[in-house]
Write a protein that binds this ligand. Structure first.
Ligand code: PBG
Length: 322
């Protein structure tokens, strides 16, 4: 049908009409809220490039977890800043490590909140890379054992789901095998499948103190220019046992979210990363944009592209706004 018979504006005349034909609706059910746990007691420090987000010691993390639950957000994803770092990232798979302590504390006080853990060595290695380094090279296969150990120690502490973000080849099957061998066959894996070597992670690296001390992550994270490779990466993760696949970042990768959801029909997560959040915050602080409207528009766009799950630093704000 053509104009004048078809007039799209007829259904835009007022908010009730618009609500009736709205195709995408955002819900708190969609969100995962990231938390950064740090050692010590009574410690809470704002991340300067991510206003409203903090590095927090365990007791504050528990308070935050309660707030997240009370807002109706179903899950958090945990990142850790360890007391000390070493070449092997041993704090990552220490049963008394900072993330393991936080998992136990949250599960004790807020048992119904889903605790997802980021499985990656970069926050725990002195060199800041996501794998073991030898002579300047990031080694793949040796790293896999450590990632599996890390995932099992998270599960031992009570984690509900693990999310490998390291981008080593074969990590999903290594982690699946490690979990299964320890009778954690019911713990799902949310794999960062199409994770790009992105400049949008800058503020996160301040938050997690995980900036690589030499070089960059381009030998393991994906080239942002590639979409067919993103499909292959995702296919591999699914074959290896991923239960949920993820695209990261989100805003510059809406095409990948769409393609991956369509191609595989798997539960699809998108990480609305730190830099995406910080840009909105900074522009809003300058009075250049309306934070609430822009953030909700971005999150709706990510969902419309096909994301079932959105990891976002705007989760608490969005829950309040919705
Ligand atoms: C760990 C990890 C990173 C992010 C999530 N997990 C940083 C990186 O890969 O350098 C980034 C999240 C964000 O920017 O919000 N590998």
């Amino acid at each position: 049908m053509n104009f004048p018979d078809y007039r799209p504006r007829r259904l835009r005349a007022n908010e009730n009409l618009r609500r009736m034909i709205r195709e995408t609706s955002l819900s708190v059910d969609d969100f995962i809220y990231p938390l950064f746990v740090a050692p010590g007691e009574g410690f809470k420090k704002e991340i300067s490039s991510m206003p409203g987000n903090y590095q927090m010691s365990v007791e504050f993390i528990v308070e935050e977890a309660k707030e997240v639950r009370d807002l109706g957000i179903p899950a958090v994803i945990l990142f850790g800043i360890p007391e000390s770092k070493d070449e092997a990232g041993s704090g990552a798979y220490d049963d008394d490590g900072i993330v393991q302590q936080a998992i136990r504390a949250i599960k004790k006080e807020v048992p119904n909140l889903i605790v997802v853990t980021d499985v990656c060595l970069c926050e725990f290695t002195s060199h800041g890379h996501c794998g073991i380094v030898r002579e300047g090279e990031i080694l793949n296969d040796i790293t896999l054992e450590l990632l599996a150990k890390m995932a099992v120690s998270h599960a031992d502490a009570g984690a509900d789901m693990v999310a490998p973000s390291d981008m080593m080849d074969g990590r999903v099957s290594a982690i699946r095998a490690g979990l299964d061998a320890n009778r954690y066959d019911n713990i799902p894996i949310m794999a960062y499948s199409a994770k790009q070597a992105s400049a949008f992670y800058g503020p996160f690296r301040e938050a997690a103190e995980s900036t690589p001390q030499f070089g960059d992550r381009k030998s393991y994270q994906m080239d942002a220019a590639n979409s067919l490779e993103a499909l292959r990466e995702t296919a591999l993760d699914i074959e290896e046992g991923a239960d949920i696949v993820m695209v990261k970042p989100a805003l510059s990768c809406l095409d990948l979210i769409y393609m991956i959801k369509k191609e595989f029909g798997y539960p699809t997560a998108a990480y609305n990363v730190s830099g995406e959040f910080s840009m909105v915050k900074a522009a809003a602080e300058k009075g250049w944009i309306d934070e609430k409207k822009v953030a909700l528009e971005i999150l709706t766009g990510i969902k419309r592209a096909g994301a079932d799950i959105i990891i976002t630093y705007h989760a608490k704000d969005a829950a309040n706004w919705l």
